[in-house]
Design a protein around this ligand. Structure first.
Ligand code: SF4
Length: 330
């Protein structure tokens, strides 16, 4: 069931997940489209999530934006409209640079795998900030099995830091290590299932990445005569039109529905990019998610040596990193 409407306010709105936003030219969503988008969200009883660019929007947008409850996703250090409070519980700051300190309650840190390794110690210092840290690796497709050990090592190092915090009564959230410890079932991105994205052109997309891809294809077509394709799944006039929506669902994903890396994003954009199928995951995504799952298990076991913690959660020991390897056992 749809629960969230993501509204990309401008072509240059901040990227907050795996996909970079390659669009460089400002194209602000016309205010009439914004109003229609909000109305669509109201009628469907959806929580609106606005994605802001790195510039201040015209004043008339503030009133429209605040006409409904919302979550704001915005570039770190940018207050795109007046009224964004630093103590917003649900608002999300996004950065591609590891900051010295965190002001917001929720931070998305987008880094390549290599940068994450290099800056592991600075990242560890952020754990004590109390903010929820979401670390999003932006080059999952480049991950190789040769990097498994390095990822295990950094996750173990962070576990040590986190265990010390738990011992001192602090339990700040860090998606890669603490989400799985608290989940009893899948909790994935669910693009196209629980959330849908409205772009500045008034069309719907499964997520912002599908909009970026379409726009880049249009750009390439204009400049290099490459074929373009329409990634949209409806618009504000016709409504949502997702072809074969069941194919985005967990119960139609043979690997994922048998998997217990519950914290995995199950990114359908990465799936399509790497396996050409929305619901079939790549080896890279599965291996990384299982390394995180296993590190969460280790952390959970260590915490339980100190005190009781989420007794209902049981993360079993497993001997594979990619469910594809054991698919015959399902
Ligand atoms: S780890 Fe792989 S199989 Fe498991 S949920 Fe993630 S993408 Fe699906």
């Amino acid at each position: 069931m749809l629960q969230y409407l993501v509204i990309i306010l401008d072509d240059t709105s901040v990227a907050y997940c795996h996909a970079d936003n390659p669009l460089k030219e400002r194209h602000l969503m016309p205010i009439e489209i914004l109003k229609k988008g909000i109305l669509f969200g109201m009628k469907q009883n959806l929580m609106i999530q606005y994605v802001f660019p790195n510039y201040e929007l015209p004043k008339e947008y503030s009133e429209v934006i605040e006409s409904i409850d919302n979550v704001k996703i915005y570039p770190m250090g940018c207050k795109p409209i007046t009224g964004i409070s630093d103590d917003g519980e649900t608002d999300v700051e996004v950065t591609n640079v590891v900051p010295e300190k965190v002001g917001a309650k929720n931070l998305v840190l987008r880094l390549t795998f290599g940068k994450m390794l290099k800056q592991r110690e600075t990242i560890a210092k952020l754990f004590a900030s109390g903010a929820r840290i979401n670390l999003c690796i932006t080059d999952v497709e480049q991950f190789t099995d040769e990097q498994i050990e390095a990822y295990q090592k950094v996750l173990n190092e962070w576990n040590t830091t986190r265990l010390e915090l738990y011992k001192h009564g602090q339990s700040p959230q860090f998606n890669l290590l603490t989400d799985r410890m608290q989940l009893e079932k899948m909790h994935n991105c669910e693009a196209g299932v629980s959330n849908i994205t409205l772009a500045p052109n008034g069309k719907f997309y499964l997520c912002p990445a599908f909009y970026y891809d379409e726009q880049m294809k249009v750009f390439n077509q204009l400049n290099h005569h490459n074929p373009s394709s329409d990634n949209s799944v409806g618009d504000l006039e016709r409504g949502l039109d997702i072809p074969n929506p069941q194919l985005l669902q967990l119960d139609h994903a043979p690997l994922c529905r048998n998997c217990d890396a519950y914290q995995c994003r199950r990114c359908i954009w990465l799936n399509r990019k790497l396996t050409w199928d929305n619901n079939t995951p790549s080896h890279q995504q599965c291996v990384m998610a299982h390394l995180e799952r296993n590190a969460s298990r280790d952390l959970l076991n260590d915490i339980r040596k100190v005190g009781e913690f989420m007794p209902q959660i049981d993360i079993k020991e497993i001997n594979y990193l990619d469910p594809f390897e054991v698919r015959k056992e399902f």
